[in-house]
Design a protein around this ligand. Structure first.
Ligand SMILES: Cc1ncc(COP(=O)(O)O)c(C=O)c1O
Length: 391
């Protein structure tokens, strides 16, 4: 009898990485104090009380129980369009916004709208693993643009251009970056935009960590103000981190109306519409919670500073890139793989990080440290923890 088979594109994917490293928690005996989990990028503080109130009100409203508009609640599309227009000093309309169920889904929907089986999407190496696996399970080929520590893990436009050939549909980047924390300077973003435009390739920019840029940094970039941006640029965003609601699953796409039309076809099949109660709550929260968001951004900057100070006292360890939520740290164990180094750190020092090798090739000397998860006092303990497992 023939056996029922799995889709090989899914079967050959690695198991989800976060549960794999979280399982190491069981290996730590607690001798240095409580475990410090710097693996998953989750806000280490609760949502604002008003956010919880609005979520509760919306969830208990009978009107919110039905299906909503595929593209998103009109109130949220309007509130988000107004907000991003201010952030990017651009004129973004509600019709340019498509709400999704989280930013991972935003990536999947955008990717499906622009690339099909056999096409190629360019990612950086290192890259955000869910981008890579989403493409792999969709039968879309990945071309990797290698980024190097000496360049701050940013891609050189010439390296990107050299990889644009037949079948390449998009370049997808993340800024501020996951895993490295590197923030793409405006000039680099403009160069990448221009070459994508020149070659008729989409530039997909995942800005999940946008709201954690330093407050004096100004607009993240001016790409949404470039005339005709709609033909090249697709912006992705997550409400998970800035509003502390990863469990409610809401993200957003900012794109030309023609792109939104294509994405609505994808979304209708994936999900019909993103969850409605958190959309209703977010429409209230976007204008109301600006001060709270800025306070959180300051707190995350303080955590980044504390990590930089702590690591500065450890001569064998090096922060190679840092920004928003993450630092990409070079560990001192030259003879160990990144996986072994991260496992030892978990077992002997009670610190959970993610091996660099989970984000690409040639990254055995690196660990991703999601420092945003821990408060300043906890980060200050990292010096002792890291030195406790010197070999
Ligand atoms: C770069 C990046 N994109 C997307 C996501 C997923 O966000 P969401 O919770 O909105 O799906 C994450 C979460 O860690 C991320 O780091």
């Amino acid at each position: 009898m023939p056996t029922a088979r799995f889709n090989p594109l899914v079967q050959t994917l690695a198991a989800p990485p976060i549960p794999e490293v979280q399982a190491w928690k069981r290996d730590y005996d607690g001798h240095l104090g409580p475990l410090i989990d710097l693996s998953q990028a989750v806000p280490g503080y609760p949502p604002h009380p008003d956010m919880l109130k609005w979520l509760g009100q919306a969830a208990s409203s009978p009107g919110m129980a039905g299906y909503g508009d595929i593209e998103g609640e009109p109130e949220l599309r309007a509130a988000y369009a107004k907000w991003v227009s201010a952030v990017y000093a651009a004129d973004i309309k509600p019709a340019n916004i498509h709400i999704t169920s989280g930013c991972n889904q935003a990536f999947m929907a955008a990717m499906m709208a622009v690339a099909g089986p056999g096409d190629t999407v360019l990612l950086t190496n290192p890259c955000y693993f869910n981008h890579e696996t989403t493409l792999a399970m969709s039968g879309v080929k990945v071309g990797y643009v290698n980024c190097h520590a000496e360049d701050g893990f940013l891609p050189a436009p010439e390296a990107v251009e050299a990889m644009i050939g037949e079948g390449v549909r998009a370049l997808a980047i993340v800024t501020p970056n996951n895993p490295t924390g590197a923030t793409y300077p405006e000039g680099l973003l403009r160069a990448l935009f221009d070459l994508c435009h020149k070659h008729g390739v989409w530039l997909i920019v995942d800005e999940t960590y946008r709201d954690f840029l330093p407050l004096d940094a100004g607009s993240p970039h001016g790409l949404f103000a470039v005339p005709g941006w709609q033909d090249t640029l697709i912006g992705l965003y997550s409400f998970s981190k800035s509003f502390c609601i990863p469990g409610h699953r809401v993200g957003a796409i900012t794109a030309g109306e023609a792109v939104v039309t294509q994405i609505a076809k994808v979304m209708d099949n994936l999900q019909i519409c993103a969850p409605r109660p958190p959309q209703a709550a977010l429409a209230q929260a976007i204008p109301a919670l600006g001060d709270w968001r800025r306070g959180n951004a300051l707190e995350i900057s303080a955590r980044a500073k504390a990590l930089t100070e702590v690591m500065g006292d450890l001569p064998d360890w090096e922060i190679t890139a840092l920004g928003a939520y993450f630092a990409f740290v070079r560990h001192p164990f030259a003879e160990l793989s990144a996986y072994e180094a991260a496992h030892i750190l978990a077992r002997e020092a009670g610190v959970i990080t993610i091996p660099g090798s989970f984000f690409g090739n040639g990254l055995e000397r690196y660990l991703r440290v999601a420092f945003a998860n821990a408060d300043v006092a906890t980060i200050r303990q990292l010096g002792n923890r890291f030195t406790s497992c010197s070999r």
